[in-house]
Design a binder for this molecule. Structure first.
Ligand code: UGA
Length: 472
């Protein structure tokens, strides 16, 4: 099928490339001409595993193309996927102006009837507005627009794999033709009949995706409700971690056993610095605003957001308690991206931590294998190191702010020997506390191995693992 994609951000690029990989003929546009020029030259402006190779292969096979001509893009596709950004406004509501612009553009540029698919994350009832705008602005009375919602559940860092092997695919539709057309588009993925470049055709034998067909309003709500629930799950785990520190329990033991209950599930129970990125924080806010506007008391979500903001305060308390005076201390930062396997720093917890360190007069050196180009523009006073060992040289503390697996594999004995003081504060619970103590580090993390006073069972404000108190 001929498919148009409007918006070449991470959702648009992954959607366009994966639909081309599934065998469709895809044309993509964006209102940033530089982005289009770079994509035409095969340069992908974001780091997303597998995306660049897959994009290049589909360009070569002439299934995927890019153009700055939005009108041409609208006219080319039988189905048009809207993948533009919906960033937060000052009040937390989603800014839908890009969706409105695109809808008016589609209405005026289309010469034939089209299926218009909302892929961008939008609040419930946006589909109704979209239909109205398409109707009101269309130039040609014979052109019909059908609207559908097809929310994405892609995680940055595994987005290509998530698109090709999803748990579920949701169609929010109001007519049979739209449903049929969407089934046709997703048939290769639903039936697993495509050449999978992620697994070189040796895909894991998991269940094929479940197709869920709903109304447009339900589909829109499914997306916001899913992200908000994940955010609440993380905040819940973080509260348990705080409690673990107070009562002398271990968060990994608690969440591991909790997660074995199929009703709970093991994922998204990792405690630490909390959730960042461009999706969870903004979607929680937009969902809160939607609930408020709809007269529904969803204070639970506000609490999840509050708990998340407090993670940075708690982390900084750990830093202050360990370092005492932060001013003039040499602090090495490992990890800047909001999570591993991405170069995205939007709403990354690292940004708040670094801002506070600089405000208190610390000297900061940082390393991240993908995100440093972005943070060096933001923090010219931070020295960015080309390799992780450099950040530890003569440092008074090393902080882990992103869960890059490569940090586990570092030569920690070498790091210890190069530091002024062997102190590691792990904001992602990435390292093994006992191993770190064996290496001779003073090591702090969230919710693990509380030091209990020898004389009484007294909770202490922060956990501290020393060689003397480490478990055998
Ligand atoms: C999120 C959702 O997981 C996707 O399903 C959704 O499609 C996407 O938003 C979106 O709306 O586009 P993403 O923003 O890529 O995906 O990141 P997540 O994997 O959800 O992680 C979000 C944040 O939570 C990260 O900062 C991560 O470090 C943190 N996190 C995650 C935890 O602190 N603990 C956990 O157990 C899991």
């Amino acid at each position: 099928m001929r498919i148009s994609v409007i918006g070449c951000g991470y959702v648009g690029l992954v959607t366009g490339t994966c639909l081309a990989e599934a065998g469709h003929e895809v044309i993509c546009t964006d209102n940033d001409p530089e982005r289009i020029a770079s994509l035409k030259a095969g340069v992908v402006p974001i780091y997303e595993p597998y995306l660049d190779a897959m994009l290049a292969a589909n360009q070569r096979a002439q299934r995927l193309s890019f153009t700055s001509d939005a009108g041409e893009t609208v006219r080319a596709g039988e189905a048009i996927f809207i993948c533009v950004g919906t960033p937060p406004l000052e009040n937390g509501e989603a800014d839908l102006s890009a969706i409105d612009d695109v809808a008016r553009m589609i209405a005026t540029e289309a010469r034939e009837s089209k299926l218009v698919v909302e892929k961008s994350t939008v609040p419930a009832q946006t589909g109704q507005q979209l239909k109205r705008v398409l109707e009101v602005y269309r130039r040609n009375g014979t052109v019909q627009f059908r609207v559908a919602s097809n929310p994405e559940f892609l995680r940055e860092g595994t987005a290509v794999e998530d698109f090709l092997h999803p748990d579920r695919i949701v169609f929010g539709v109001e007519d049979e033709v739209s449903e049929r057309q969407l089934r046709e588009i997703y048939r290769p993925i639903l039936e697993r009949k495509f050449r999978c470049s992620v697994h070189m055709n040796a895909c894991p034998a998991t269940q094929p995706p479940t197709l869920v067909v709903t109304t447009i309003n339900s589909a829109e709500l499914i997306k916001h409700a899913s992200n908000s629930f994940l955010a609440m799950k993380i905040s819940f785990a973080n509260m348990i971690a705080d409690l673990c520190e107070k009562v002398g329990a271990d968060i990994r033991e608690v969440t591991r056993a909790m997660g074995m209950d199929q009703r709970i599930g093991p994922r998204f129970l990792d405690a630490g610095l909390g959730f960042g990125g461009f999706c969870l924080p903004k979607d929680v806010q937009a969902f809160i605003r939607l609930a408020e506007r709809s007269g529904v008391d969803f204070n639970m979500l506000k609490e999840a957001e509050r708990v998340n903001k407090r993670r940075i305060d708690l982390f900084f308390e750990k830093i202050r308690q360990a370092l005492w005076v932060v001013k003039d201390k040499q602090v090495g930062v490992l990890g800047l991206a909001f999570k591993a396997n991405t170069d995205d720093i939007r709403f990354a917890p690292s940004l708040d931590v670094i801002r506070r360190l600089l405000a208190e007069g610390a000297h900061v050196r940082a390393y991240d294998r993908e995100a440093m180009d972005k943070t060096s523009a933001l923090f010219p006073e931070v020295r960015h190191s080309r390799e992780p060992y450099e950040v530890a040289q003569d440092a008074d503390a090393v902080l882990i702010l992103t869960e890059w697996p490569e940090f586990r594999e570092l030569d920690w004995a070498r790091i210890r020997d190069s530091m002024s003081r062997p102190l590691v504060i792990d904001g992602r619970n990435l390292l093994d506390p006992s191993a770190m103590v064996e290496h001779g580090f003073e090591y702090y993390s969230f919710g693990r191995h509380l030091e209990i006073s020898a004389t009484q069972f007294m909770p202490v404000p922060i956990q501290r693992v020393s060689a003397a108190s480490a478990p055998a």
